[in-house]
Design a protein around this ligand. Structure first.
Ligand code: FAD
Ligand code: FES
Length: 347
């Protein structure tokens, strides 16, 4: 995994609680990325190292600079640091771009209709995908369906309008959950993006078999949209989603108690208390062990470890990625089931 440093050349507000930060592309070795991927930003705050992934809101080949767009999470350590402390000319350490929430070239043909479903900050990778697809491919249509509380919380409102006026084959449909007075625009709908809305939007479409779908937003949105699309008979191989946060089901913690775990990080061994509800990764980071990680949602594999002994439970993802060996685990989704667990992480 390569690390880089990037210089911030611009920072501006998108809404009251969201900023975009723009990085200069390095002169010699430009950062290559795919639309829909993310950049993991690294900060040291009060002596502790934090890594957080942020999807690119810029698009390769379209934008000369790299941009990420960050929404403030109440009480969130890094999002508040970025919004309140980070400034133009700061140099930020980042990991190489990661993520597979990207356009699949075998699915994007001339008559493909790309449908992007998002809510709140979930718009960021969708914006990158929309800009790139419209620039690069002669697809039949790109539709963005974007849910927010109200007009004021819409991120990229002007950029969405720009795409609308520039490309005949782009349409943006806004959903507002809070009442808005005088909504006489047919592209603004009051309500939530729920399964009925998904069905009614897609029923206006002719060939559903030509559609591909990208969903990014809270779990509720993802589940509603996926269920409705599957009900319409859309192949699950044409539906992609990105999680910004893992939601753990409390029922999965039955049988789990606070345990001591031995973490061997590059041959430094520490006994760490893993409090019930915390993953081994979170417990290790709380104990100031600088373990490798990025997404914390079970997809990047950066937190991969070897199970030396003991039994673990995987929580938060439906199954472990096939790339892992039988004795490997993802520390961000691993919880100890007994007191003799020992894991090893090299790097
Ligand atoms: C692949 C990926 C791409 C992402 N892209 C973006 C992006 O483009 N823009 C963006 O703003 N964020 C994005 N995120 C989320 C981002 O990485 C951080 O998780 C977020 O900024 C919160 O970090 P924090 O340090 O402020 O909060 P923390 O201090 O880590 O968390 C504080 C509290 O907020 C909760 N929380 C954490 N993340 C979220 C969230 N996303 N929504 C609601 N509650 C949360 C936690 O459960 C915790 O209780 C992405 C995440 C992933 C995995
Ligand atoms: S940090 Fe990405 S899989 Fe665990």
């Amino acid at each position: 995994m390569s690390n880089f440093t990037l210089k911030i050349i611009e920072k501006y507000n998108e809404t009251d609680d969201t900023v975009t930060i723009v990085f200069k592309q390095p002169g010699l070795k430009k950062i290559k990325y795919l639309a829909g991927q993310y950049l993991t930003l690294i900060f040291r705050i009060n002596g502790r190292r934090y890594l957080r992934p942020y999807s690119f809101s810029s698009a390769p080949e379209v934008d000369q600079t790299l941009a990420v767009t960050v929404k403030r999470i109440p009480g969130g350590i890094v999002s508040n640091h970025i919004i309140d402390q980070v400034k133009v000319n700061d140099v930020i350490e980042v990991l190489e771009p990661l993520g597979d929430f990207t356009l699949k070239s075998n699915l994007v043909l001339q008559n493909t209709h790309i449908v992007l479903w998002g809510a709140g900050s979930g718009i960021t990778p969708l914006m990158s995908i929309a800009k790139y697809a419209l620039h690069k491919y002669d697809t039949s249509h790109v539709t963005l369906v974007y849910g927010n509380r109200n007009f004021e919380s819409v991120i990229f409102n002007e950029k969405i309008k720009e795409l609308q006026s520039r490309y005949d084959n782009f349409s943006g449909l806004h959903f507002y959950t809070q009442a808005t007075i005088g909504m006489d625009n047919p592209n603004i709908i009051q309500g939530r993006i729920d399964p009925d809305m998904v069905l009614s939007i897609m029923q206006c479409e002719g060939e559903l078999g030509n559609t591909v779908h990208y969903i990014c937003g809270p779990t509720g949105l993802k589940e509603s949209v996926k269920a409705a699309l599957l009900k319409l008979g859309i192949d699950k191989e044409r539906i992609f989603s990105e999680d910004f946060e893992i939601i753990r089901n409390p029922l999965d913690f039955e049988g789990i108690t606070t345990r001591m775990v031995s973490i061997n990080h590059n041959n430094n061994i520490a006994a760490v208390e893993v409090v019930k509800g915390k993953s081994i990764l979170e417990a290790g980071l709380d104990a100031m062990i600088e373990l490798p990680y990025a997404c914390q949602t079970g997809s990047c594999l950066v937190c991969k470890g070897r199970v030396i002994k003991g039994e673990l439970k995987t929580i938060g993802i439906s199954k472990l990625p096939e790339e892992l060996e039988s004795n490997e685990c993802l520390l961000c989704c691993s919880f100890p089931l007994n007191d003799d667990v020992e894991v090893a992480v090299d790097n």
